[in-house]
Design a protein around this ligand. Structure first.
Ligand code: FES
Length: 198
């Protein structure tokens, strides 16, 4: 009996994540960067993942794999950060109080992050596990409200999340996107999966 190794299926969520457009009406695509840092062995062990974010520019999102899950690292623009303040009344859990996917203390703040501009989240919808797509362009567009400020859309059942992964009210997803344990090893190096607090 012979086996044909299949190693691409786990990576389809990388390709499924799409994004386009830019603030200010310039029709350039938001760059999408993806890397796979850990070895297969490290992934199997659930090891923490080191990520160099020195090349990540405002508006860019990088995806790494940690414990078989996509983890997003997004460098938010000042406009994207400003949008968060306007949305507290529209999101279901503005202060990340819910406990199903507990937000680490160091991310229980307005931006759900250690550094305001750098957002780290597990890119899996808290409803039934699809990976939401990037919808960073503000304004009216299919499946989104006319006052859309930019965020993420889970196409499976229509849950929407803001630029801090906070789920909007009255959506199927019961919780905000999970913020995984993480910490900075240096100014531009992140460790995903460990925060030395455990
Ligand atoms: S899995 Fe995301 S809305 Fe259902």
């Amino acid at each position: 009996m012979s086996d044909t190794p299949v190693d691409t299926s786990k990576r389809t969520w990388l390709i499924a994540s799409t994004c386009a457009g830019a603030v200010g009406g310039v029709a350039t695509a938001v760059p999408f960067v993806s890397t796979f840092q850990p070895s297969e062995k490290a992934k199997a062990a659930g090891a923490a993942v080191e990520v160099d974010i020195s090349a990540l520019k405002p508006g860019e999102k990088l995806t790494v794999e940690w414990r078989g899950k996509p983890v997003w690292i997004m460098k938010r623009t000042p406009e994207q950060l400003a949008s968060l303040k306007k949305l507290d009344s529209q999101v279901a859990d503005p202060k990340s109080d819910r406990k199903a996917y507990p937000t680490p203390d160091y991310a229980r703040n307005e931006t759900r992050s250690i550094k305001p501009e750098v957002f780290v989240a597990v890119g899996i919808c808290t409803h039934l596990g699809c990976s939401p797509g990037d919808k960073f362009t503000p304004g009216p567009q299919p499946s989104l409200p006319d006052d859309w400020q930019g965020g993420f859309l889970c196409a499976c059942h229509g849950s929407t999340f803001d630029m801090a992964g906070r789920v909007f009210k009255n959506k199927p997803a019961p919780d905000n996107l999970e913020v995984p344990p993480h910490m900075y090893l240096s100014e531009s190096k992140l460790l995903i999966g460990e925060d030395k607090k455990a």
